[in-house]
Write a protein of this length. Structure first.
Length: 245
């Protein structure tokens, strides 16, 4: 047996469920989170219940801070929890628990079965759901790109609340992001105030915001021949939202 074959066999193998690889995005897991999950599973299979972040960073070619950030994301998104196991000596030892991930995957399986069992007439568009998920992912990616850094777990939770609790449309969040970038303010609090202002005005879509801007522009346009201005004075453009502390 040559040296490579010996080392290849000694390194062992890590078994990963194909169902997870097929559906990890549907449970909200990013590619980075999947890579960290695979490293954790590999090290746990090798007898390390509490894998070292530095070891994972070395194998992934990342810095340790990035590994810690992804670990926090997995916990914040309820894809992983911290648990404990009893070792051979009867001592309690910290470990990572992926029961929450399995539960989310099981819900995906339930939805698939329901879709398969539904009548043909109603079983059609799973397309809107996929499109909505695609738009959701695009929102996260665009904010990260414009901010020039990965989002923190708290920021991810805030954006998730905008989408799921406040029911802001992805295009509306993207428009608020554009306003923030134009004003060179790169934080979610600023975006939240913009979104809140639009909600007070009952502007719930990007189209409604644009229509309101057009109406306001018409109101502010100078009247030709208006007394006192010779028809040439201009009125400064006032944004449709007012940001206050």
């Amino acid at each position: 047996m040559d040296d490579f074959t010996r080392r290849y066999v000694q390194a062992g193998q890590t078994s990963v469920a194909n169902f997870l690889l097929d559906h990890f995005r549907e449970v909200g897991m990013t590619t980075d989170q999947l890579l960290v999950y695979l490293q954790i599973r590999r090290l746990m299979d090798q007898g390390h219940p509490w894998p070292d972040a530095e070891t994972m960073a070395k194998h992934l070619g990342w810095d340790v801070q990035r590994v810690y950030q992804v670990l926090h994301e997995l916990i914040a998104q309820k894809l992983m929890a911290l648990g404990s196991v009893t070792d051979a000596q009867g001592q309690q030892q910290d470990t990572y628990d992926f029961q929450l991930l399995l539960e989310k995957l099981s819900q995906v399986a339930v939805h698939e079965r329901v879709a398969q069992e539904a009548p043909t007439t109603t079983a059609q568009p799973a397309a809107p759901a996929k499109q909505a998920e695609s738009q959701r992912v695009a929102v996260f990616n665009q904010i990260e790109q414009e901010f020039g850094r990965p989002l923190s777990p708290i920021e991810m939770e805030t954006i998730n609340d905008w989408l799921k609790q406040d029911h802001y449309q992805p295009e509306l969040i993207q428009l608020a992001l554009k306003e923030s970038v134009l004003n060179q303010v790169y934080n979610l609090k600023y975006m939240d105030r913009i979104l809140g202002n639009w909600e007070k005005k009952n502007l719930r879509t990007a189209a409604q915001v644009q229509q309101e801007r057009a109406r306001q522009a018409d109101r502010q346009a100078p009247k030709s021949g208006a007394p006192g201005n010779g028809g040439n004075s201009t009125i400064p453009d006032v944004p449709i939202f007012k940001l206050t502390d």
